[in-house]
Design a protein around this ligand. Structure first.
Ligand code: AMP
Length: 426
């Protein structure tokens, strides 16, 4: 399938051409025709699948059509509202709308309405007109209460990462918003998972939705060089600093297992003269945005992140991804390393494995269907002997069944790894 066959208008095709997207991703091929046909959508898709364009392209087309009909830009009435759980995602989505819509004339007025920024700046912008609004629920309600935002003619509502929105406690705000929004609208709900809470929400917000589901997009593994370095737990921090300096890694994301480990490692790297920032859920919004901006502007070489905080991290320039602490699952491994090699670039993913985590990594390799060579770096050769377990050594007991519930032993091992991660000698 091509974007042309999706019958998108020429200005949008031009923007896709400029972005050098070769063809629609599966979620785009499935969702765009359904959205253009006016259906509500219940979409299971994660970050990395191209879901943003899946809703942004039809939204822009709808807006352009409506605008052409009304003859002038309908002044203050928001046409499309996208709700997101985090400021970072709101900014990314708003910027995606901007780039897909760059060749439309007139251009839609797109605003990110998010907490943690001056309200006045946002109200001043809104007063000049608003077509597409990407918002976190709290600030949106705030501005609505002040009559700074006009939602009574809303045509399209998108709930992006609905599961995260509910797990972050936005249920009440969503409820309030739904009472404000016109009933006659088209609604698209995107979520990576569908726990009970999300299912209840779908019943409230969607009308005869069409379900669409895609698997996580496989990152372009062929452009990612994967390395595995064996090192003692106590030497991982020193090794990381050594590699950052001697191999001249550019924009590096280091994944750790806990907020504390992220903060500790950032402090250690900074003491060593490296420019590092921590990025985790304990930072307030201003600190999180500052950390991301620092990294994006290349004033920081290293971003030390936890899995949760990094959901949705999408910078084209990430050159290296380091698994300082190993991810829990093969899916997380693929998701983490897929932060690099974006937009046609090449990237490198480095996993540091120690005696404690060797067996866990073997399991990740087995389930992900990969097998990687182990490397030793001179001066950092491991001295601890691997701690074996039955999961990694088939002749020492039964092989674990895929999807089997964790045994007590697994849980103890994981707890040990977590402790090691947060109190490690970095
Ligand atoms: P998303 O899942 O919306 O966060 O998108 C993930 C990444 O995929 C973003 O960097 C997009 O720029 C990129 N992308 C979206 N659609 C396509 C496409 N059809 N071909 C290639 N890359 C795409």
């Amino acid at each position: 399938m091509t974007f042309k066959s999706l019958e998108l208008p020429e200005p949008l095709l031009r923007a896709l051409d400029k972005a050098a997207y070769p063809s629609p991703t599966p979620i785009q091929s499935l969702a765009i025709p359904l959205i253009l046909a006016g259906h509500d959508l219940l979409a299971q898709a994660q970050t990395g699948t191209g879901k943003t364009a899946a809703f942004a392209l039809p939204a822009l087309q709808f807006w352009a059509d409506a605008n052409a009909k009304s003859g002038s830009q309908a002044s203050h009435n928001v046409h499309t509202l996208v709700l997101t759980p985090t400021r970072e995602l709101a900014l990314q989505v708003a910027s995606a709308f901007g780039s897909y819509g760059q060749f439309l004339t007139p251009k839609p007025r797109i605003h990110a309405i998010i907490g943690g920024e001056e309200t006045e700046t946002q109200t001043n912008a809104l007063r000049k007109g608003a077509d597409i609004v990407v918002a976190t629920p709290g600030r949106l309600l705030d501005l609505y209460g002040k009559q700074e935002i006009h939602l009574h003619q809303l045509a399209l509502l998108v709930l992006d990462e609905a599961d995260k929105m509910l797990s972050l406690g936005f249920a009440e705000e969503l409820e309030k918003l739904l009472q404000i929004l016109p009933n006659k609208r088209q609604t698209l709900l995107f979520s990576a998972t569908f726990p009970e809470k999300v299912r209840v929400l779908t019943l409230k917000v969607l009308t005869d939705p069409i379900p669409v589901r895609v698997e996580q997009a496989a990152p372009t593994l062929d452009r990612i060089q994967q390395r595995v370095i064996e090192v003692d737990t106590a030497n991982r921090g020193r090794l990381l600093r050594h590699l950052l300096k001697t191999e001249n890694w550019a924009q590096t994301v280091v994944f750790v297992g806990s907020k504390r480990a992220a903060a500790n490692l950032a402090t250690k790297l900074k003491k060593d003269g490296l420019k590092a920032v921590a990025f985790h859920g304990d930072l307030d919004q201003i600190e999180r945005v500052a950390a991301l901006q620092f990294f994006e502007n290349k004033r920081a070489q290293v971003l030390i992140a936890t899995d949760i905080a990094s959901r949705g991290l999408d910078f084209e320039e990430i050159s290296h991804v380091v698994n300082f602490d190993l991810p829990r699952s093969p899916a997380d491994y693929i998701h983490r390393i897929g932060r690099t090699a974006r937009a046609g670039k090449v990237g490198m993913a480095i996993s540091l494995i120690s005696a404690e985590s060797a067996a866990h990594f073997k399991l990740i390799e087995k389930r992900a269907g990969i097998q990687l060579e182990r490397e030793h770096i001179p001066g950092f050769e491991p001295t601890d002997s691997p701690i074996e377990n039955e999961a990694a050594v088939p002749n020492k007991g039964p092989l674990p069944v895929k999807g089997k519930r964790k045994s007590k032993k697994d849980k103890v091992r994981e707890a040990r790894l977590r402790v090691a991660a947060s109190s490690d000698g970095l």
